[in-house]
Design a binder for this molecule. Structure first.
Ligand code: G3P
Ligand code: CA
Length: 372
């Protein structure tokens, strides 16, 4: 279950309009065509129908670990996605949840601190955790002995994987629970700058993302020239929804989310306008998977915030749309036909096959070649 934020047919093919120019200027184009049939993505240095590996290839390997990111790289993901948090001693690391209970053995290693947030641990303490065995227990059909004892990873490790694999993916970095990490936006800038990832010739190699409006503003403040996506959610504190019955006990979260609807087009538009006014080049809405009752999918299927009118509205405002989180070919094709520009996916191999001419890679053989 998602622990939520707390805890072309119609592509964005735009002529150079005042809108597109204002977006373009936010990312410092050195040369911008006077008139262009290229997509807004291309103009921003971002792949069309970008495949964004969500916590790596987190279907075939434990999320946010070395094999997950290495595998995502090998299968040809355009971006490696990570949720950025910071240890007590200042190390930037990739962790999704606001504690480490779900995907490490912290309850065994630090039982009294198991529910504590990442920022209360030093990196040396966190390096003692096993971030792989939970996957073998949860998904025995995809378990590998080599996953046992995997470590959490740092931003630097993910960056080095991207730098050292043939496909050279970019990094798609979310400031996660940023209220726990004041100043993390500046720390991120420093790290990326030191390693050349914010150089002029790295256009489109880093995309920043957040659900948090304050963090978007902070990111814009410290990295005004780096593309940013405001992630969208609906419900309390986010896009207003129509009244609906509370979640029933026998209902999955995916079923509950699937029946949520935004209250009005105006309410949706307000979030797009906010994103644009604060420097975002696009938005990242949730989507509903067609088969959301499947045990895997039910964790990643949410409200449909990428309906056709929503995609069109985003493009009319000059905003890209990168949606989360699709793992089935059917869903990827369906949303691509609505005009969605990029996809967070736990299964980058499936997405590469669905969205390109590639036959994809043999996952088993690739993991073995990688030493797992
Ligand atoms: O970052 C896009 C998508 O990852 C948002 O959902 O909760 O998996 O970070 P979450
Ligand atoms: Ca994320």
């Amino acid at each position: 279950m998602k622990e939520f934020p707390l805890n072309t047919s119609l592509k964005a093919t735009l002529s150079v309009t005042a809108t597109a120019l204002s977006v373009a200027s936010a990312v410092s184009f050195s040369s911008f065509a006077q008139a262009s049939d290229s997509t807004l993505s291309e103009q921003l240095g971002i792949a069309d129908h970008a495949v964004i590996a969500h916590r790596g290839d987190s279907y075939n390997a434990p999320e946010s670990t070395l094999p997950a990111y290495q595998l995502a790289c090998e299968v040809g993901a355009d971006y490696l996605e990570l949720d950025l948090q910071r240890t007590k001693d200042g190390k930037l690391i990739a962790v999704h949840d606001d504690n480490l209970k779900r995907n490490t053995n912290i309850e065994t290693v630090y039982p009294e601190r198991a529910g504590d947030p990442v920022n209360t641990f030093t990196w040396a303490e966190l390096e003692k955790l096993d971030a792989g065995s939970w996957f073998n227990h949860s998904y025995p059909e995809r378990a590998r002995e080599s996953f046992r004892g995997l470590k959490l990873v740092t931003l630097d490790q993910v960056r080095e994987i991207a730098e050292n694999c043939a496909h050279q993916p970019g990094l798609y970095i979310e400031t996660k629970v940023p209220e726990f990490f004041p100043g993390i936006e500046q720390d991120l800038k420093q790290d990326l700058t030191e390693h050349g990832w914010l150089d002029d010739d790295a256009k489109g190699k880093v995309i920043l993302q957040t659900f948090n409006k304050s963090s978007l503003e902070a990111l814009q403040d410290v990295m005004p020239n780096v593309p940013k996506i405001l992630l969208l959610w609906a419900g309390d504190g986010y896009i207003p929804t129509k009244d609906s019955a509370p979640k029933a006990d026998d209902e999955s979260y995916a079923q509950y989310y699937a029946r949520q609807e935004v209250a009005s087009k105006a309410g949706y538009a307000e979030w797009l306008d906010y994103a644009k006014e604060h420097g975002a080049i696009g938005v990242g809405p949730s989507g509903t998977q067609a088969n959301f009752d499947d045990a895997w999918s039910s964790q990643f299927s949410y409200m449909d915030l990428a309906k056709s009118w929503m995609v069109d509205m985003s493009h009319e405002k000059g905003l890209l749309m990168h949606m989360y989180t699709l793992d089935d070919r059917e869903d990827l094709i369906r949303y691509r036909e609505r005009g969605v520009d990029g996809f967070f996916t736990n299964r980058p191999n499936v997405a590469v096959k669905a969205l390109t001419d590639s036959d994809g890679k043999d996952i088993e053989a690739t993991l073995t070649q990688l030493g797992y």
